[in-house]
Design a protein around this ligand. Structure first.
Ligand code: NAD
Ligand code: DAU
Length: 354
């Protein structure tokens, strides 16, 4: 049994679906089901006894303790987080609560359970904490990519809260010997991503004939990784990673935002031409920049490749075609997750853009 948190969100759900489709051990999936957690993503697992879903907040110590003693997991993979930078700018409190207090509470529950295991089980236990490249701050155009020795310099409430959680994980290994590993990954994209993030937002708005909001000059750079490549990297770290280490994970795929949006428009022109015959790129609109917007992220993923043999299998070109095709084929999923509160977010955040 493994215990996964945040397994109804974008990356966590992809991880759980992949894990079980590969014959992995049963999963207890701990998720609060915030606006970003969608039970419908896990519908393919309904009736599958290997998937136990627990609607639990990782800030609830007693509920976590019960889950550990009932299911006796051999590992924890912690995805649960508030994950959207723009929301962290508007309302940072929830980010401190889940990302910092929640990770701390989960670490405490894991430590208590782990302390009671026999020596063999203790040595085999793993706590994998899924973090982000945003903890390293922002790169200049000619800077070398982030590696595992890059100092932390978080710039948003989201990245500050993730950095704090990473420090707690490090401290629990150093102080108590809990067998932890931390991964710092670049931007993910692919199926089941909530349409508040750039790529699914652009696809879904393009299809509705709405404006495609690009912040600032559109030249901010992100390093894009297809989500199933990230899942494979986490499985690799869980099975073969050196306890106490951190591993950077990235796609070797640096792209400026404006180029990403143009690529999406081009794929849509091909796969689902607009009824009017107009090119989707005509919907692009430059809008007010994100406050404190990090200019560039890039990951040096050499360590995980050299030490553990992981490398991404998708290029941006193959991954983005799959992603656009997936959203075209899953209009029902999009309709299901874009509820009232999502509309409110769009109306507040993109006021004046339609
Ligand atoms: P997401 O927002 O899509 O999903 C987060 C999930 O966590 C949701 O299912 C939500 O219901 C759940 N959750 C939130 N608060 C909770 C709480 N208090 N208790 C239990 N569950 C809670 O996020 P994602 O994009 O899938 O990201 C997953 C993890 O990966 C996060 O830790 C994020 O920081 C990290 N990460 C994301 C990316 C990316 O590009 N999306 C890149 C690198 C790292
Ligand atoms: O780098 C890893 C991080 O990637 C993860 O830790 C975060 O959880 C994840 O949300 C993502 O953060 P970003 O802020 O990079 O992702 P987002 O999709 O919000 O934005 C990607 C880029 O696109 C960023 O430079 C901001 C820009 N953008 C975003 C939105 C939503 C726009 O230009 N317009 C938009 O409407």
């Amino acid at each position: 049994m493994i215990l996964v948190t945040g397994g109804a969100g974008f990356i966590g759900a992809n991880f759980v679906l992949d894990w079980l489709s590969r014959g992995g051990e049963p999963v207890v999936n701990v998720d609060k089901l915030t606006y970003a957690g969608n039970a419908s993503t896990l519908a393919p697992l309904s009736g599958d006894a290997r998937h136990i879903f627990a609607r639990v907040d990782i800030c609830e110590a007693a509920a976590l303790a019960t889950l550990f003693t009932t299911h006796r997991p051999r590992a924890v993979v912690n995805f649960a987080a508030e994950s959207h930078v723009d929301r962290s700018i508007r309302a940072p409190g929830e980010f401190v609560q889940t990302n910092v207090v929640g990770t701390f509470t989960l670490l405490e529950a894991a430590r208590t359970y782990w302390s009671g295991l026999d020596a063999g089980e203790k040595a085999a236990f793993r706590f994998v904490h899924v973090s982000t490249d945003e903890v390293f701050g922002s790169l200049e155009p000619d800077d070398a990519p982030f590696n595992e020795h890059t100092p932390y310099a978080p710039n948003s409430p989201y990245s500050a809260s993730k950095a704090a959680s990473d420090h707690f994980v490090r401290a629990y290994h150093h102080t108590y010997g809990l067998p932890t590993l931390t991964t710092n990954c670049s931007n993910n994209y692919g199926p089941y991503q909530f349409p508040e993030k750039l790529i699914p937002l652009a696809i879904t708005r393009a299809l509705k004939g709405e404006k495609l909001p690009v912040y600032g000059d559109g030249k901010n750079v992100r390093d894009w990784l297809y989500v199933t490549d990230h899942c494979a990297a986490i499985r690799t770290v869980l099975e073969r990673g050196v306890v106490g280490r951190t591993y950077n994970i990235g796609g070797w795929n640096e792209k400026a935002n404006i180029d990403v949006v143009h690529t999406i428009c081009g794929v849509l022109d091909e796969l689902r031409p607009a009824a009017s015959g107009a090119r989707y790129a005509r919907q692009i609109e430059f809008v007010t920049d994100r406050p404190g917007h990090d200019r560039r992220y890039a990951i040096d993923a050499s360590l995980i490749e050299q030490e553990l043999g992981w490398r991404p299998s998708e290029t941006f070109e193959t991954g983005i075609r799959k992603t656009v095709a997936w959203y075209l084929d899953h209009a029902e999923w999009v309709g299901g997750v874009t509820s009232g509160s999502y509309r409110e977010w769009l109306d507040t955040h993109y006021a004046g853009s339609n």
